[in-house]
Design a protein around this ligand. Structure first.
Ligand code: GLY
Length: 307
């Protein structure tokens, strides 16, 4: 804190919480650093937390290392369907899209819904049609496809008894997210994902669900989640964490409590990033790795892939 009302702008981003293969660590670390840097630059220029989290997530959607935008996983029909959300802690307004195909930046579409409509969540063909109406560039699935995910899809196709939990920890994935506080003390959160590998067509995870994949409230803080969506949504993970902050817990205590509660109640794995209204940042996870990057109080960028 610089003063009673003046807050040091901060951002923290994540690139997913899974068991990330050793050879992918460098790429994931570079990706989250670049995202935090992009968000930091917006905050340093006096920009809003909302713009900072959107920009940071776009950087990771464009990075094929992550399961979001370019690099998203395939569902079991061989299609890419993506989910994203953005939320403003000042007004509690949000925009979210689910099971959307054929665009590179779902969080940008979520932001357009936020800015230009009275709605909060658009799905599937309606979301894609909205993108077209807004002049967003539509792309072929090939543009979102990376060899890593073709290999994974072909491998999973040969596993008749495959279940989501079986694939859950051993394979690298990377739902991405960002939370920030700006100089005016407003917080925001954004999350984007291709979802979990080999999901059913039409499956929607936690990411676009308010309170589960992200939450932002100036009265408490902002959070973004990653991990097993079916577990995260059962405990409404991000709202649980920001409610804990509102009850007086420190950011780190709140993040730890949310992840511990999710595991105790559902057996689920994942991670969470959090910024509170005082500008304290925190992250917690119960997976082997979680890639995070954040700005220190001096504006320098820190990054980590495991504890
Ligand atoms: N957490 C991302 C998903 O389950 O879709």
């Amino acid at each position: 804190m610089k003063g009673i009302l003046e807050v040091i702008p901060r951002i923290i981003v994540h690139g997913g919480a899974w068991k990330i293969a050793e050879e992918e660590h460098a790429g994931h670390m570079a990706g989250v650093r670049a995202a935090a840097e992009a968000g930091r630059a917006i905050l340093a220029a006096g920009g809003s937390a909302l713009d900072a989290v959107e920009r940071a997530v776009i950087v990771m959607e464009d990075d094929p290392a992550f399961d979001a935008g370019v690099g998203s996983v395939f569902n079991r029909a061989g299609d890419i369907e993506m989910d994203a959300i953005i939320m403003d802690g000042r007004t509690l307004k949000l925009g979210a899209v689910a099971a959307v195909r054929g665009i590179t930046n779902p969080v940008r579409l979520a932001r357009m819904l936020f800015d230009d409509t009275d709605h909060s969540l658009l799905v599937g063909e309606g979301a894609r049609r909205f993108a077209e109406e807004k002049g967003m560039r539509l792309c072929a699935q090939a543009e979102l496809t990376v060899p890593r995910e073709i290999e994974r899809f072909l491998r999973l196709q040969k596993m008749p008894d495959y279940r989501l939990s079986y694939e859950f920890t051993p394979d690298p994935q990377g739902t991405v997210g960002a939370v920030a506080i700006d100089a005016e003390g407003h917080v925001a959160a954004a999350t984007s994902t291709g979802g979990v590998a080999y999901k059913m067509p039409g499956r929607v995870g936690d990411s676009p669900l308010v309170g589960s994949g992200a939450y932002a409230d100036d009265l408490s803080g902002a959070a973004s989640a990653t991990g097993h969506g079916e577990s995260i949504m059962r405990v409404v993970l991000c709202k649980m964490a920001t409610d804990a902050v509102a009850r007086g817990l420190r950011a780190q205590q709140a993040a730890d409590l949310a992840i511990r509660t999710m595991f105790e109640r559902t057996g689920g794995y994942g991670g969470l990033i959090l910024v509170d209204r005082q500008g304290q940042v925190a992250f917690a996870y119960n997976t082997p790795h979680m890639t995070v990057a954040w700005t220190g109080e001096d504006g320098s960028i820190h990054a980590r892939i495991k504890a």
